[in-house]
Design a protein around this ligand. Structure first.
Ligand SMILES: NC(=O)c1ccc[n+]([C@@H]2O[C@H](COP(=O)([O-])OP(=O)(O)OC[C@H]3O[C@@H](n4cnc5c(N)ncnc54)[C@H](OP(=O)(O)O)[C@@H]3O)[C@@H](O)[C@H]2O)c1
Length: 173
């Protein structure tokens, strides 16, 4: 029985997830939630996300990085956190290979972006851990449209800070 596939994403109402290799919003509560939620899990992510978030190698996370440049990614991991960290990470050339690795490793599978990985995995995702930021935001990286698919919302919590209102939702197929 394959493990369920979870997407973890924070996006605006107009589906923006990134701007200029950064998050398009600064939400400390969401960052803390994301850190806790992904600790000890298998995190599947693109090479740019890995470069932005090398701490994916910490807190018991097992990264599976999608890239055509495995040596570059391993060298970056070794430079940041040493050879043990580099040896612990997996690199994969495409989504099929990444998910095959992820299925073999212990722990929940979390798809952590970016755009292309979300696009390729959304059609067969079992769950989305969604932080929906109730704003229209400018950006250059997007979450694919998910709202037309038949999700069941199994958890929901509203929150806000000085800049944004946002909702933490768990959506399941
Ligand atoms: N708000 C959120 O929840 C969230 C989550 C994630 C990311 N982001 C934002 O999104 C941006 C980064 O995401 P991104 O989409 O630009 O880049 P990305 O997916 O992290 O990285 C792109 C690179 O990953 C590899 N890759 C990605 N998908 C692949 C696939 N399906 N098959 C093979 N290789 C693949 C390729 O690496 P090579 O070029 O090495 O071959 C590609 O150039 C940032 O702005 C970040 O802040 C936001």
């Amino acid at each position: 029985m394959p493990k369920p596939l979870n997407l973890v994403v924070a996006c605006s109402e107009n589906r923006v997830i990134g701007q200029g290799r950064r998050l398009p919003f600064d939400l400390p509560e969401d960052k803390a939630w994301f850190g806790r939620k992904t600790a000890g899990t298998v995190c599947v992510l693109g090479r740019v996300c890995f470069e932005i978030w090398p701490r994916v190698l910490l807190d018991g996370r097992q990264p599976v990085v999608l890239t055509s440049q495995p040596e570059l990614v391993r060298a970056e991991a070794a430079r940041r956190f040493g050879g043990d960290a580099a040896a612990r990470m997996r690199v994969a050339p495409d989504v099929a290979a990444a998910l095959a690795f992820a299925q073999q490793l212990p722990g929940e599978i979390m798809i952590c972006g970016g755009q292309r990985i979300y696009e390729e995995t959304l059609p067969f995702a079992d769950r989305i851990y969604l932080t929906l930021v109730h704003a229209e935001i400018a950006g250059d990286v997007f979450m694919p449209e998910w709202r037309h698919l038949p999700w069941r919302e199994t958890a929901r919590r509203e929150s806000s800070d000085a800049n944004y209102r946002y909702t933490f939702s768990t959506l399941e197929r």
